[in-house]
Design a protein. Structure first.
Length: 528
């Protein structure tokens, strides 16, 4: 080595002691046979690092208030350079962290790495898993869209079931009499101020105990001398981190998760869906209705986590060999299979939506106009004495009579009222809905779905066709969700030239609000 470089390194070592640190980090002796299975902890650490970096970047643009939270997330997704990719990294990074944590825990169980003297580190790992899930729960509310709002309402209602302190816990999480500004502030504070330092402390303790006690190594001890962590095991860790990073980037490049319409506390008919790693609990609750709900919400998960934490003391096998730990391993496998089954059932059990109701957006828009515009309800009600309510399945008038009546009611009923304030597109939508109502009622729609149908009918169907309704000048949109996500669709609606320089479609950014564009994009993205 160059004498001057050596002198500089010696000077740095004298001031910092970096050689001792390097030796501690890279020269850890590993048992013979330590291989690829022992990279799972490093993958988890890599995933947590991705979450810290991307979460910090997102926080630079995020506004944690109900008036601005949704719009700030929309701005990140559609306006910030690579913002959709950044949100995608954070979203899929959460999945990587949960999967890596589960696989790492499974590896510890199958290798018996929780046994003496590593019991305390196992407990720290179980607590770490709870903190990771708490990150997923608190982060779910932050977009402040319909899905986030109503899933949080469900989570807070579950907290009420906690014995003795249930009402206090729900009040603390809610921050007030209802889910609102204080709820968002508290969950944001938990997500970015409370959980990160707690996570950091637990990770440091976990790593310290791991280094103090050493890696357990394979189940069966192998002959040979211990090998240093660097370079062989370090290379394995880097390869796995690189592979996971490429996979994560590929998933994120497809776009951020769909942003649903802004939270609407009045849309009580909305059916929330949690993230996939909470679907098992979501499904379990369905088997314990009413007063039994506390069993599915707290008792069963509580027993499962207690047994998991006590595993080092439950396992009384003579050695770490699998044939000596049949009871412990069998219980863990059964528990994991139950979680996987419940998660799969929860994923398959999706509520029906307007997207699968069989009604096209023009018919849905017409049904909304009939119900909400006031023009029809003015005469068609039970108390007006002019005309009875419009009842699906009992519309016997011919199509031309209905068309004349909708266009100009006075042709049919002179002096009853002035012609309705509908344009030709709204008239066509009402007539389409009436024709469909001959065979049955319109599907139930929440306010967000109604708004989407009206917006698509007024702005999209002139040129595009959806489920047989609309024009033929633009591309078919019946299954556009198979090709584009909500963020990509919103960008095209806002200003098509940003996506395709020679696009003939006019921009809607000046005609519609960002929330309206996002409502259209979310509805179309669901068309699979």
């Amino acid at each position: 080595m160059n004498p001057r470089a050596a002198a500089l390194l010696n000077w740095l070592d004298d001031r910092t002691g970096f050689r001792v640190i390097r030796h501690h980090l890279l020269d850890e002796p590993l048992p013979p046979g330590t291989g690829w299975f022992f990279t799972l902890g490093s993958i988890l650490l890599f995933g947590l690092g991705i979450q810290v970096v991307t979460g910090t970047a997102l926080a630079l643009y995020y506004a944690p208030t109900p008036d601005h939270a949704w719009d700030s997330v929309r701005f990140i997704t559609s306006e910030v350079r690579l913002g959709s990719f950044l949100r995608g990294l954070h979203h899929w990074g959460a999945t990587v962290v949960v999967v890596a944590a589960a696989l790492h825990m499974a590896r510890v169980v199958f290798f018996g790495s929780y046994r003496k003297p590593r019991e305390l580190n196992w407990i720290v790992g179980v607590v770490l898993l709870q903190v990771i899930l708490a990150f997923g729960l608190t982060g779910y509310l932050l977009p402040w869209d319909q899905r986030a709002y109503w899933a949080t309402v469900v989570a807070i209602n579950i907290s009420k079931l906690t014995p003795v302190v249930g009402e206090w816990a729900a009040g603390f999480l809610r921050g007030g009499p209802e889910v609102g500004a204080l709820t968002l502030t508290r969950w944001y504070a938990l997500h970015v101020l409370v959980l990160p330092p707690l996570l950091a402390v637990l990770v440091v303790v976990h790593l310290y105990l791991m280094r103090r006690q050493g890696i357990s190594g394979p189940v069966r001890e192998r002959r040979g001398t211990p090998a240093a962590f660097f370079p062989s095991q370090a290379a394995r860790d880097l390869v796995m981190a690189f592979v996971v990073g490429i996979l994560l980037a590929a998933l994120a490049w497809k776009g951020a998760p769909a942003l649903e319409p802004p939270a609407d506390p009045a849309a009580s008919g909305y059916i929330p869906r949690p993230e996939w790693y909470f679907l098992g609990l979501f499904q379990l609750l369905k088997y314990f209705p009413g007063k039994l709900e506390v069993i599915g919400a707290l008792v069963v998960p509580g027993i499962a986590m207690t047994l998991l934490a006590l595993l080092p003391w439950i396992d009384r096998g003579k050695s770490r060999a699998w044939h000596d730990r049949r009871f412990a391993l069998g219980g863990f496998v059964l528990g994991a299979a139950a979680v996987a089954t419940l998660t799969s059932l929860g994923a398959m059990d999706r509520p029906s939506t307007a997207a699968t109701s069989g009604w096209n957006p023009q018919e849905l828009a017409g049904a909304t106009l009939i119900e909400t515009s006031g023009q029809c309800a003015k005469c068609h009600n039970a108390t007006s004495g002019i005309a009875g309510p419009i009842e699906a399945g009992h519309i016997g008038r011919p199509a031309d009579w209905l068309a004349s009546h909708v266009v100009d009611p006075e042709v049919i009923a002179p002096g009853v009222r002035q012609p309705p304030a509908t344009n030709p597109r709204e008239t066509a939508a009402i007539l389409a809905a009436l024709a469909r109502m001959r065979s049955g009622p319109a599907p139930e729609q929440d306010p967000a779905a109604r708004e989407a149908a009206l917006l698509i009918d007024r702005n999209c169907l002139t040129c595009h066709r959806v489920d047989g309704a609309g024009g033929d000048e633009g591309p078919e949109l019946s299954h556009v969700g198979r090709k584009y996500d909500a963020a990509s669709i919103a960008k095209r609606v806002n200003n098509p030239v940003d996506v395709k320089p020679d696009a003939e479609m006019p921009p809607f950014g000046g005609k519609l609000t960002p929330a309206q564009i996002q409502t259209i994009a979310t509805w179309l993205a669901a068309r699979k």
